[in-house]
Design a protein around this ligand. Structure first.
Ligand SMILES: Nc1ncnc2c1ncn2[C@@H]1O[C@H](COP(=O)(O)OP(=O)(O)OP(=O)(O)O)[C@@H](O)[C@H]1O
Length: 226
């Protein structure tokens, strides 16, 4: 479980997040939505430990991790997939996965969730499509066995015809009982289908939150239109 309590944070003297409260529990997944520049990535950077808070607290499974570095948070079960389908382009798909574990059994287990990658293990990651690279980035993070997974706009820059593959992967992940998922996503319909509750962030403040599902699409769109 991840919890932000009264978090204010930003860059230099300019604060981007203002007194943000957010809770991500196991089961169902939580979507974080908001316009460009609302502060979503900044919030994730605070959660991961890449950006210090000005005030407030970050809790991971009830433990105060506010002052812990990112690697210490990873050791406590935090997994982060940043924007941009990051991987090592000169290395093969398999080599990218082997950066996390040498166990072929673990890699094969992880690939169960990503059938699109199984036939591409010897292909250089730089030659994969954006959608395949995104799946590789998620698979690699899952190999660290996180209990809390944070995904920053996983469908951004993905060709529309393969967005569905990514959506399927994420929907499967949010339905796993052993994983909490925080999903930052611009596609409101998909984000609400894939998760069970949501937050809307505007100008660094939570302006709406609640139980998600497709029934919440209009509420979220209204909240984002303000
Ligand atoms: N490294 C930085 N230094 C200074 N300001 C920054 C930095 N990164 C982001 N910002 C500013 O913080 C604000 C929030 O940016 P952030 O990237 O968190 O928003 P976002 O909701 O993730 O937007 P997007 O959907 O475009 O990724 C913006 O005004 C942005 O210009």
């Amino acid at each position: 479980m991840l919890e932000l309590v009264g978090v204010t944070a930003g860059y230099g003297r300019s604060m981007v997040l203002h007194d943000v409260n957010l809770k991500v529990t196991t089961g169902g997944g939580t979507a974080l939505m908001g316009h460009n520049g609302a502060g979503k990535t900044t919030l994730l950077r605070v959660a991961v430990g890449l950006l210090p808070v000005r005030s407030g607290t970050v809790l991971l499974d009830g433990e105060d991790v506010t002052r812990l570095r990112p690697n210490a948070r990873v050791k406590r079960g935090l997994g982060y997939v940043p924007q941009g389908q990051l991987c090592f382009p000169q290395m093969t798909t398999l080599e990218n996965l082997q950066l996390v574990t040498g166990s072929r059994t673990e890699i094969d287990e992880a690939l169960d969730t990503f059938p699109a990658l199984t036939g591409l293990l010897s292909r250089r990651a730089g030659l994969l499509s954006g959608g395949q690279r995104q799946q590789l980035a998620i698979a690699r993070t899952l190999l660290t066995k996180p209990r809390m997974l944070i995904l920053d706009e996983p469908t951004e820059g993905i060709q529309p015809n393969v967005v569905e593959d990514i959506e399927q992967v994420i929907s499967d992940l949010t339905r796993r009982g052993d994983l909490s998922v925080l999903l930052v996503e611009q596609h409101v319909g998909f984000a609400l289908r894939a998760t069970s509750d949501y937050y809307v962030l505007e100008s660094g403040r939570v302006t709406a939150s609640g139980v998600g599902g497709v029934g919440a699409v209009e509420t979220v769109r209204d909240a984002m239109a303000v």
